[in-house]
Design a protein around this ligand. Structure first.
Ligand code: PMP
Length: 289
């Protein structure tokens, strides 16, 4: 992720990643009490552009607010700092990881002081599988009555690590995680859609992280006249459907090969999902559309 020259932004200044100190007496390290974002920048027809910076930084501020973490940066400041970070590192196609941590404080009451870190590393999606074999996980999503599931909180991702690693240990690429009622929620780090008879279905909000890519997919569907329904459904309804995909900032739109070893049935190239995928890949790189 970094080398001796990598520049990060931490607590008000740009510095070398290798020089960043870490406070061991903090709620973020001990309790997972942090909020973060996952953002991508692309080489576009108009230079380096951060895709949906406003939406990501609004979500970061909202996550901090929901977790009672003090956080004063504006969306504009955050966006400007991120462009500066990319420039200082000479990155164009990059993954950007803003992180807000709280320290020093070891109590179980709200954070008193927060620190913003901005990290980035070069990224292209080359290493992701073309089509993912996924399995229904026995690990459930965090219960919305126990967590602010719509916030992107460090501690929630312990659940994601358990689900993802369990799927990998069993020979799959990823996990499909259900909510506490047995309805499909999402993967360890992306939202999910499936396609049947030209209609796209995606889990309604409630137990999911409402993804910015999920929202972009719905905008694209609207433009392409592809019907899309937000609803609650069980894995049985998705298994053996025409197609399925995961979507997220990092994953972009990645086709699913099978769910619990039952293949999706339609040739990916002939699906509405593939049209959405192509439109997404164009949208992030061609601003003059
Ligand atoms: N769900 C989870 C659990 C995630 O971690 C992510 C990635 N942020 C997503 C969904 C997709 O969100 P986005 O499209 O905003 O990246």
């Amino acid at each position: 992720y970094y080398n001796d020259d990598t520049v990060i932004y931490f607590d008000g200044k740009f510095m070398k990643a290798k020089d960043a100190g870490m406070d061991l007496y903090g709620q973020s390290l001990h309790y997972g009490y942090s909020v973060f974002e996952g953002i991508k920048s692309y080489t576009t027809d108009q230079g380096t552009r951060i895709f949906k910076a406003k939406e990501h930084y609004e979500r970061l501020k909202r996550s901090a607010e929901l977790m009672h973490i003090p956080f004063e940066y504006s969306v504009e400041q955050l966006t400007d700092l991120t462009y500066e970070l990319l420039e200082r590192n000479g990155f164009s196609d990059a993954y950007i990881r803003p992180l807000v941590t709280c320290s020093p404080n070891m109590s179980l009451s709200k954070g008193k002081k927060s620190y913003l870190s901005l990290l980035a590393w070069e990224w292209n999606n080359g290493y992701l599988a073309d089509k993912m074999k996924i399995m229904t996980s026995e690990f459930q999503r965090p219960n919305p009555k126990a967590f602010k599931v719509e916030a992107k909180v460090g501690g929630h991702y312990v659940n994601s690590i358990l689900a993802c690693q369990d799927a990998k240990d069993k020979g799959y690429d990823e996990a499909l995680v259900l909510d506490e009622n047995g309805y499909v929620a999402e993967s360890s780090g992306a939202n999910v859609f499936y396609e049947k008879d030209g209609i796209l279905f995606t889990p309604a909000k409630g137990s999911i992280l409402p993804g910015i890519t999920r929202q972009t997919v719905m905008e694209i569907c609207n433009e392409l006249n592809i019907p899309v329904q937000e609803t609650f459904f069980k894995p049985e309804e998705m298994r053996g459907a025409d197609a399925g995909f995961f979507c997220g900032t990092a994953a972009e739109i990645v086709a699913l090969d099978s769910l619990d070893d039952v293949p999706f049935t339609k040739d990916w190239k002939a699906t509405a999902s593939e049209k959405v995928q192509q439109a997404y890949l164009k949208r992030v790189r061609v601003l003059s559309l």
